[in-house]
Structures are given as structure tokens and as C-alpha cells.
Design a protein around this ligand. Structure first.
Ligand SMILES: Cc1cc2nc3c(=O)[nH]c(=O)nc-3n(C[C@H](O)[C@H](O)[C@H](O)COP(=O)(O)OP(=O)(O)OC[C@H]3O[C@@H](n4cnc5c(N)ncnc54)[C@H](O)[C@@H]3O)c2cc1C
Length: 337
């Protein structure tokens, strides 16, 4: 276990703010996490702690005057295997994209569309990461956790109440459980999902699809569209896509015929937040050192030296303008700290 006071978080999140944690502890095993949870350090910070992964969905408003915990549990084991699938148990600190690469290299299907998403395995199960028509909940069998008193609890995938970028760990059990391992079920025979954006065109340009070519295509598309956090701080999509009533959508559609949408059911329609941002004139615009990316309106970036407060103010102005123009509330996907 590693323990540091007044610890710089610049390399532990992707928005590039020079913030510090009063106390930072990294544990290597479930036993060490249990030890940490029963320690004086944890007792002292019981009301002010944060568990981070790679910090790729966090926005720090300033220094964190509490305990920041991080998992370095990085084991990977095959729990079971049959002719159709394999169950793989992975430590929460395993880098997500390394796990995807491992699956692709072994011919295990199910996560290839989720290539190149930043972050770690633990957060994948909290956030229900998704991309190119796939959500990680489709392959999550179990989520192993410790409650804050050190008691282990395993959630079946169906108990995690997964929704769009949402889970029980983000709602009523928020902060109550720490994910230690995730068990994924991968298929031995791929079912390719290519009907999203220009993925099919990219993949088929290289011949019949394989796990490798899907991973390569997804990675290439992402690289061409999304700013690299190492070059320009960001946390990916800043807002979730809002869901509005069909009635509201029809009235907006009469005024904005090109407004894209995805129907959820008879009563609800999802609208891309990026389109709303673009159509309020925010794409590419800056407020101080925080800006909306010029190629990807859904991504807010740190142009260098921005504070969390500046990014939050930019986000607030965007939300306000969208509400004024479209009467739609958009909410951040990014976790404010
Ligand atoms: C360039 C870029 C592109 C992105 N693209 C996508 C995308 O396509 N799809 C997508 O879904 N997301 C995307 N994201 C967002 C981000 O990658 C995901 O949300 C990711 O799962 C965050 O992982 P993390 O390890 O960085 O978690 P963090 O950001 O550190 O934490 C996220 C949340 O998980 C909690 N948490 C972390 N670890 C644990 C644990 N072990 N136990 C309990 N709680 C924990 C934290 O407290 C926090 O609430 C993108 C981000 C960036 C920067």
C-alpha cells in the first residue's frame, strides 16, 4: 500500500488541472483495501473520500481536502470456459483498453467496440461505459465489491440497474461500495455490431470483419474525432444526451426540421447534446481557458491552465443557453469533484 500526503493529482485525471489531494492511498490487493477501510486514515476521512480510477470522467473544482483512494488490483484470471464463452475476472485497477486488447488477442468477443475508452476496469462497471452501439453491461456477469465496513458483496450484472451511462453505483448506492473485480462473459464466436456511424465502411474496407479490424477501426475513428487528453485536457463527452417527451420533440422539430433524434419509446425521444451545443453557437467557442472542442461539440477542453471552476462556468453557460433556446435541460456526464 502506498500513502502520500499533499499528493499531486495531475497524472491521475485527464482534465489537466494542477490540483492536489490532502491524502492519497493506493492499494494492491483486496486485503489491503480492507485494511485501509479499517484504518485511522479512513476513519478520519469517512465523510470526505473519493475513489478514483484513471480520472477520465472527473472534473476537480480545486484541491481535494480529503482522502483519494486508488486501486492497483491488476490480476486477470479465467474463471470458467466452455465451447461458447469464457468468464474472465479482472482487477479494478486493470487499464480498460489493455483488457480490450487482451480479449481481442485471445479471440474473445464483446468489448471490441469499446476499444480506446480511457479508464480502468473498476469504473467501467460503475459508469456502464458505451460506444459504437455497445454497452459494457452487455458483458458484465458480476461485480465484486467491498462495502465501506469491509464486507464483501457480489452484485450480479442484473442487480446493477444498468442504464445509459448509469448504474446503481452512481445512484442510491453511490459511494457505498468499492469495486474490486469485475467478471465479464466474452463470446467465442463474434457477433459484429457495425451499424453505428461509419464503422461498417471502415471495417469492411479492410475485408471481412475480425475482432482485430473492428478494434483498429474503432481506435482510428476515435483518434480522428476526439482530442487526446495528453495534448488537451478533457473528460470525453461532457454531457449526457437528454431525453425529452415526444410532444416536446414534435414542437421543436417543426421549428428545427434537421434536429436529429433517437426514439426510445412512444413517449420519449433522445436528442444528441452535441447538436444542441452546436446550434446554440458554442462549438469551438472559449470562455477564458476553457473551451468547446472545435470538432466535437460534446467535449469541453482545457486549453491550458484552466481551473475546474472555469470549465464548470462554461458548462453552466451552455446549459443555460440550451434551456433558453430549446427548453431542454442537459446534465453533465462528468463527475464534479
Ligand atoms: C477522451 C475520452 C473519451 C471518452 N470516451 C468515452 C466513451 O466513448 N464512452 C464512455 O462511456 N466513456 C467515455 N469516456 C469517459 C471515461 O473514459 C469513462 O467514464 C471511464 O469509465 C472512466 O474510468 P476511470 O477509471 O477514469 O474512472 P474515474 O473517472 O476515475 O471515475 C469515474 C467514477 O467511477 C468511480 N470509481 C472509479 N473506480 C471505482 C472503483 N474501483 N469502485 C467504485 N467506484 C469507482 C469514481 O468515484 C467516479 O464516480 C471518455 C473519456 C475521455 C477522456
Amino acid at each position: 500500500m502506498k500513502r502520500y500526503e499533499n499528493f499531486p493529482l495531475i497524472h491521475h485525471h485527464t482534465f489537466g488541472m494542477d490540483v492536489r489531494a490532502a491524502l492519497f492511498v493506493e492499494y494492491d490487493t483486496v486485503d489491503e483495501l480492507r485494511e485501509l477501510l479499517s484504518s485511522d486514515d479512513f476513519a478520519r476521512h469517512r465523510d470526505h473520500y473519493l475513489h478514483i480510477g484513471a480520472g477520465s470522467n472527473l472534473l476537480f473544482g480545486g484541491d481535494y481536502d480529503g482522502l483519494v483512494m486508488h486501486s492497483a488490483i491488476r490480476d486477470l484470471t479465467i474463471e470458467a470456459e466452455d465451447a461458447n464463452s469464457v468468464l474472465v475476472r479482472v482487477g479494478s485497477g486493470y487499464v480498460w483498453d489493455d483488457f480490450v486488447a487482451y480479449c481481442v488477442a485471445h479471440g474473445w468477443a464483446g468489448v471490441e467496440n469499446l476499444s480506446a475508452i480511457p479508464g480502468e476496469v473498476g469504473a467501467s462497471a460503475v459508469q456502464n461505459i458505451g460506444a459504437y452501439g455497445v454497452e459494457v453491461c452487455d458483458v458484465i456477469e458480476q461485480v465484486e465489491t467491498l462495502a465501506l465496513d469491509g464486507t464483501p458483496r457480489t452484485f450480479l450484472g442484473c442487480e446493477c440497474e444498468y442504464g445509459y451511462r448509469d448504474s446503481v453505483f452512481k445512484r442510491h448506492l453511490r459511494g457505498e461500495y468499492i469495486v474490486t473485480h469485475v467478471v465479464y462473459r466474452l463470446a467465442k464466436t463474434p457477433t459484429y455490431k457495425l451499424d453505428y456511424g461509419d464503422l461498417r465502411v471502415r471495417v469492411e474496407a479492410a475485408g471481412a470483419p475480425t475482432l482485430v479490424t473492428v478494434r483498429q477501426a474503432v481506435t482510428a475513428i476515435r483518434d480522428s474525432k476526439l482530442p487526446d487528453p495528453k495534448v488537451m485536457g478533457n473528460a470525453g463527452s461532457f454531457f449526457t444526451n437528454p431525453v425529452i417527451t415526444s410532444e416536446h420533440y414534435e414542437s421543436l422539430k417543426a421549428e428545427y426540421p434537421d434536429m436529429p433524434s433517437y426514439r426510445i419509446d412512444e413517449e420519449r425521444v433522445k436528442v444528441p447534446a452535441g447538436w444542441l451545443i452546436e446550434h446554440t453557437g458554442w462549438k469551438g467557442r472559449a470562455l477564458g481557458r476553457a473551451a468547446v472542442h472545435d470538432r466535437q461539440a460534446l467535449v469541453l477542453v482545457n486549453r491550458g491552465g484552466a481551473t475546474g471552476a472555469e470549465v464548470m462556468e462554461l458548462a453552466r453557460c451552455i446549459c443555460e443557453d440550451i434551456y433558453t433556446k430549446f427548453q431542454i435541460h442537459i446534465v453533465p456526464e462528468v463527475n464534479y469533484v
